[in-house]
Ligand binder design. Structure first.
Ligand SMILES: NC(=O)c1ccc[n+]([C@@H]2O[C@H](COP(=O)([O-])OP(=O)(O)OC[C@H]3O[C@@H](n4cnc5c(N)ncnc54)[C@H](OP(=O)(O)O)[C@@H]3O)[C@@H](O)[C@H]2O)c1
Length: 261
């Protein structure tokens, strides 16, 4: 897809990855409809003057938020949807409030499925269209301390693959991109300390944004960022028992940090 002809709805535009992605897409010549719950964060994004853009305020876990976003997307003439909004919470499942678990499932899985479904007839009527789902390494290598988040992102992976197969005879391309840790506010100081203790690599939002642009303008639809994460995602697919064994050694450290979360 040629980015200078794309008209993109980007959710989670006020976040760490979303802000950087908006700037990179604008630099590449895309027109942007930027979505966030709180427009103050979205308004603060430094976009070049030539970038055609509009803002839409929406909580995507609410019916009204989905309806307002779809109406704004149709008015703007969107042909690309990037489902980037997300939330996380680190902690052992038994110690998490159901409200937090539900918020993680509805924001990371329910909202992108619902927004995509509502926008699909519109996208299918465009000559060229795309849906880009921002998943996570944890959707392919489910991780202790992130059970609800891993479940939601694994669900998003299944949704992306099934939808791609369902739309194989249409003009809509479905992409699924799985970053490893990114240096953004979604990760609390405890999670950043855990990543350091576990030796987990962290990417900059700029590098991940560039990866998203490469996928959008290329022809690969399923992409994991980073090695060895890509290898372990593959291994978990056919020998999850081996990955269980490998990750068991990290459990004591994860529990130690979970007690501080
Ligand atoms: N950072 C990482 O380590 C990492 C790793 C792998 C994948 N990811 C994925 O990358 C994506 C971007 O995350 P990030 O790191 O940029 O996180 P972030 O800085 O916390 O930003 C999250 C964004 O999602 C929006 N959002 C949250 N709940 C929403 C709702 N109910 N309705 C509408 N928007 C909502 C936030 O908007 P408000 O400003 O209104 O809260 C914010 O713009 C997420 O899908 C995340 O799962 C992140």
């Amino acid at each position: 897809m040629q980015l200078n002809q794309a008209r993109i709805l980007l959710t989670g535009a006020s976040g760490g990855l979303g802000t950087t992605l908006a700037q990179s897409l604008a630099d590449a010549g895309a027109a942007l409809l930027l979505c966030g719950r709180d427009l103050v964060g979205v308004e603060a994004i430094n976009l070049p003057e030539y970038c055609e853009h509009q803002l839409v305020a929406a909580d995507l876990t609410q019916t009204s938020g989905i309806e307002n976003t779809v109406a704004a997307a149709q008015k703007f003439g969107v042909n690309v949807l990037i489902n980037n909004a997300g939330v996380s919470a680190f902690g052992l499942l038994e110690q998490q409030a159901w409200m937090d678990v539900e918020r993680i499932l509805s924001t990371n899985l329910g909202a992108p499925v619902r927004l995509t479904q509502a926008l699909l007839p519109w996208l299918q009527a465009r000559p060229e269209a795309a849906v880009v789902n921002i998943g996570s390494t944890f959707g392919s290598i489910p991780f202790a301390g992130f059970t609800a988040y891993s479940a939601a992102k694994a669900g998003l992976r299944g949704f992306s693959q099934a939808l791609r197969r369902e739309l194989a005879d249409s003009t809509v391309r479905v992409m699924h991109i799985c970053p490893r840790a990114i240096d953004t506010p979604i990760n609390s100081p405890v999670v950043k300390a855990l990543n350091k203790a576990l030796g987990s690599a962290t990417d900059s939002p700029e590098d991940v944004a560039q990866h998203v642009l490469n996928v959008l303008s290329g022809n690969i639809n399923e992409s994991h960022i980073g090695f060895p994460e890509r290898f372990f995602a593959w291994l978990n697919g056919f020998a999850p028992g081996l990955v269980d064994q490998g990750l068991k050694g990290k459990l004591a450290t994860i529990k130690q940090y979970a007690s501080k979360a």
